[in-house]
Ligand binder design. Structure first.
Ligand code: C5P
Length: 226
């Protein structure tokens, strides 16, 4: 039976929030944001273990009460480096075909239903895949001075979310192969090896907290008001 592991890269500084505290530690309903993220996976019985990758210099981390949680202080300069360092660190524990679900620390509103849906849809897939939503807005290509150069067709375009779920061996090989060309998500690295990850329909509630207004939105979603 293939096991499911979760790896949460949380070594970013979150500079777009304009706050001194990294965004994964901002208070959300009385707890650090990342505690909500960890609780999603801790509540799911099919998750074997949760790994959180922190920066070695992190002084803001506080541990939530969670038995299946392991902290790895091996974050790198990019998200991809943090994920790869985490994968290397857990190499002795995880089999090549076990699933690794990589999830942004800053996505605290993933629902149990959506996590269940992702696990169901991908458990027999040979490549793996990711949650994503079709692009709804009209897309503009900007000129350097902030005017519209032209309108991009949005047909067939999706916004990638997380979790991104791949077999451990494939994901590690893919991130090692891309090396310095840091991919912005795990799927990009797997695509680089010539595979076609599966797009699993996500939802808008699974937002990534990036700007200050996103925190308010996350609070409303977690309270069930959205
Ligand atoms: O900055 P961004 O929102 O793209 O970060 C996505 C996730 O990757 C966050 O959880 C962040 O903490 C993590 N990250 C990391 N190491 C970095 C940069 C980002 O673990 N060097």
């Amino acid at each position: 039976m293939r096991k499911n592991y979760v790896l949460i890269p949380a070594a970013g500084s979150g500079s777009r929030m304009g706050s001194g505290l990294p965004k994964q530690y901002l208070p959300l309903l009385g707890q650090p944001l990342i505690h909500h993220t960890i609780a999603i996976f801790a509540a799911h019985p099919a998750i074997e273990q949760i790994f959180v990758v922190l920066s070695p210099e992190d002084v803001d981390w506080t541990a939530p009460a969670c038995e299946r949680l392991t902290v790895l202080r091996c974050g790198g300069d990019t998200r991809a480096a943090s994920v790869l360092n985490g994968l290397v660190a857990i190499g002795g524990l995880v089999d090549s075909l076990d699933w690794v679900l990589v999830h942004d620390a800053a996505r605290p509103c993933l629902s149990q239903q959506l996590l269940e849906h992702l696990l169901d849809e991908l458990q027999h897939d040979v490549v793996g895949g990711l949650l994503a939503v079709p692009v709804a807005d009209t897309l503009k290509r900007a000129t350097r001075d902030g005017r519209v150069d032209h309108t991009e067709p949005r047909e067939g375009l999706w916004r990638a979310q997380t979790p991104q779920m791949f077999p451990y061996g494939l994901l590690r090989q893919a991130l090692q192969a891309m090396d310095a060309n840091a991919p912005t998500d795990e799927s990009q690295a797997v695509e680089f090896l010539g595979h076609a990850p599966r797009l699993v329909l996500g939802d808008g509630h699974n937002l990534k907290v990036t700007y200050p207004e996103d925190l308010l939105m996350a609070e409303m979603i977690l309270k069930g008001n959205l």
